[in-house]
Each structure stands twice: as structure tokens, then as C-alpha cells.
Design a protein around this ligand. Structure first.
Ligand code: UDP
Ligand code: MG
Length: 324
């Protein structure tokens, strides 16, 4: 069997501090895998510049001039990590047999790729990289990340525990994945829906080699919320249940009010009335908000805007584009 062509897809946003270090690591990995006959010589590292404001794109184009194993595409503006990964995967899928998406900050253990490829050879189309432990994360990040998975699963979004976006996907799985046309992207929740045989490979997550995390708590919460509302309608169902529960409470309240009125004790009712009005008002606003969130998503889906726009490509990516 001829070895598969691998494209390592690496999203980069303002990563001038780490790229010079990690690009060498990716290149070394390609060399190792090629020499051991696990992947074909035509394999590439495909950087996706996500509208960086620093010298990231210059570094990528310079790398590709020095070594054809480095290629790059640039999004026309910053669209976020998920869109950047998608752009890279879609560009790669017709050029290779397998892709591995990985962050460019060196946190994910590159050596797990060997085992991922073994799983692929063993017949898996999707291999999830799963963090074995989170020693290097702060206790706070660890706790919030754990809460994040629990919340997602409780809300009906099935995600692989401790899996971020370090994963191998075969070209076949990607072609099926390309048919998922939604613009509200949540890759780690969408990929399992593709199906096929899959496996998990555990790896240790390290500290960022340089630069800063782009995922502070605020963005993590937004990602969790986005994940839930993109993948599941459970929150709406919960609202229905809550509405039912509140209706029962209200019914009891009405009976209580009628009894007190009938027995002539209904003088001092202001506080209870005010509490009920406030409570119902608050709950209604909250529920409308959640439903509005879904309507907003529908609005975005209906507009069907492109999920990524590529403004630049390095030479080889450009040439092949014209050939096709
Ligand atoms: N990233 C991106 N676009 C963004 C934010 C981040 O392409 O708008 C990339 C970033 O360059 C990195 C990966 O996504 O390769 C993960 O980001 P980061 O390391 O900041 O997140 P963390 O590992 O802290 O969750
Ligand atoms: Mg990181």
C-alpha cells in the first residue's frame, strides 16, 4: 500500500512569537513520518492565517519560499479559530488522503500523530486527540473546562470528553463533512455526527511555547453557549418544562389568593404581588432571550453567507487551484 498524503492543518492568529519555533517541529515530524514510510513525500504543513495583525503571514510565505513542505492560505479577515480550521480542511481535502488539525502554539503533543496515523491504517476515518491530563493548565482553566464538557453534554450536545480540535480526518470523512452546510460552526460537536469508525488517542497537553492564549474565560463561555445552541434544542425544551412548572405554581397561587380573599384576609397583599410580578417578568425575559438566540442562529443560517473567504495562497496552493 502506498503511504497516505498527510496535510497538517494549522490555524494561526497573531502567532509571530511561536511560528518560528513550532514550524520547525512540524517540519521535523513530517520528515520523521516520511522516512519511516508512514506518509508520502507530498505531505504538507498547511498554515491558515486567520487575519493576523502581526507578521504571521509574512512568516508563512517566507517559510513556503524556503521549503515547499510549508504551504499557507490566508483568510480575508479574522473569523475565529473554527472557521480557520474549516477553511484549511476544505482546502486540503482534495489534495491529500488524511488531514490532522492542530494548534500552532505547541501545546498539543505532535508525537501523538504517529498513533493517530496507526489508527487510520487500522481502518479509522476519524481519530480524536484527547488530553490525558491538564497539569499545565491553571486550576481555574481546568475547572472551567470540566464544567464546560459537563454542561455541553447535559444540554444535549455530544462532544468527545477532553477533545479540542486536534484530530485526524480522512479525505472521505471530510467530503461527507463538507455537506454539513451550517454557518454556526462547532467542529468538535459536528465531526462526531459524520460517523465512520473512529478512535481516541490520548496525549499530554503542554504549556504554550510563547505568546498568549486567545481563549480567556469570556470566549470559553461564548464557545460553550454557541456549542449548545448550535447542536441542541434542549434549552428550548427546558423552557417548556419550566413554563409548565411555573404554571402549576401560578395555579396554586391563584387558589391561595382566592381563599384569602374569600376568608377576608386579603389586605396586606402588596409584597407577594410584587414578588410574583418581578419573578415572572424576569423568567419571561430570560426565556425569550434563549428562544431569541435560536432565532438569531436561524437568521444567520438563512443568509447562508460564506463560512470563510480566502484572500491569499502560497505558490503551490495557488497553482493547484488553477489546475483543478
Ligand atoms: N486562533 C485562530 N483565530 C482566532 C483565535 C485563535 O486561528 O481568532 C488559533 C491560534 O492561533 C491557535 C489556536 O487557534 O493556533 C488556539 O488558540 P489559543 O492557543 O489561543 O487557545 P487555547 O489553546 O488557549 O485554548
Ligand atoms: Mg493554545
Amino acid at each position: 500500500m502506498t503511504p497516505p498524503i498527510l496535510y497538517i492543518v494549522v490555524p494561526c492568529y497573531n502567532e509571530e512569537a511561536v511560528l518560528p519555533v513550532t514550524s520547525g517541529m512540524f517540519r521535523e515530524k513530517l520528515r520523521q513520518l516520511t522516512e519511516s514510510g508512514k506518509i508520502a513525500e507530498e505531505s504538507r504543513v498547511l498554515f491558515v492565517n486567520d487575519g493576523s495583525k502581526d507578521r504571521t503571514w509574512e512568516i508563512i510565505t517566507e517559510l513556503s519560499r524556503q521549503d515547499e513542505h510549508f504551504q499557507g492560505i490566508a483568510q480575508s479577515r479574522n473569523r475565529g479559530h473554527q472557521n480557520a480550521v474549516l477553511a484549511g480542511l476544505m482546502e486540503a481535502m482534495d489534495r491529500c488522503d488524511i488531514t490532522i488539525s492542530i494548534d500552532c502554539d505547541g501545546q498539543d503533543d505532535i508525537d501523538a500523530m504517529d498513533r493517530m496515523i496507526e489508527e487510520y491504517e487500522g481502518g479509522c476515518d476519524i481519530v480524536y486527540g484527547v488530553r490525558a491530563k491538564r497539569d499545565t493548565d491553571t486550576a481555574f482553566k481546568r475547572a472551567t473546562a470540566q464544567g464546560f464538557y459537563k454542561l455541553l453534554n447535559a444540554m444535549g450536545a455530544e462532544v468527545v470528553y477532553n477533545h479540542a480540535d486536534y484530530r485526524l480526518m480522512s479525505s472521505r470523512a471530510l467530503h461527507e463533512f463538507a455537506k454539513f452546510r451550517e454557518v454556526n460552526l462547532y467542529l468538535r460537536g459536528m465531526v462526531p455526527m459524520v460517523g465512520f469508525r473512529s478512535a481516541c488517542v490520548a496525549y499530554d497537553r503542554r504549556e504554550r511555547l510563547a505568546g498568549e492564549s486567545h481563549y480567556p474565560l469570556r470566549k470559553m463561555l461564548a464557545l460553550a453557549f454557541n456549542g449548545i445552541t448550535s447542536l441542541s434544542v434542549k434549552p428550548i425544551r427546558l423552557i417548556t418544562f419550566a413554563g409548565f412548572f411555573i404554571s402549576i405554581l401560578s395555579f396554586i397561587g391563584i387558589i391561595w389568593a382566592l381563599i384569602t380573599a374569600a376568608t377576608g384576609h386579603s389586605v396586606a397583599g402588596w409584597a407577594s404581588t410584587a414578588c410574583i410580578v418581578c419573578f415572572i417578568g424576569g423568567i419571561q425575559a430570560l426565556f425569550l432571550g434563549v428562544i431569541g438566540e435560536y432565532i438569531g442562529k436561524i437568521y444567520l443560517e438563512v443568509k447562508d453567507r460564506p463560512r470563510y473567504i480566502i484572500s491569499d495562497r502560497t505558490a503551490e496552493m495557488d497553482a493547484e487551484k488553477e489546475m483543478r
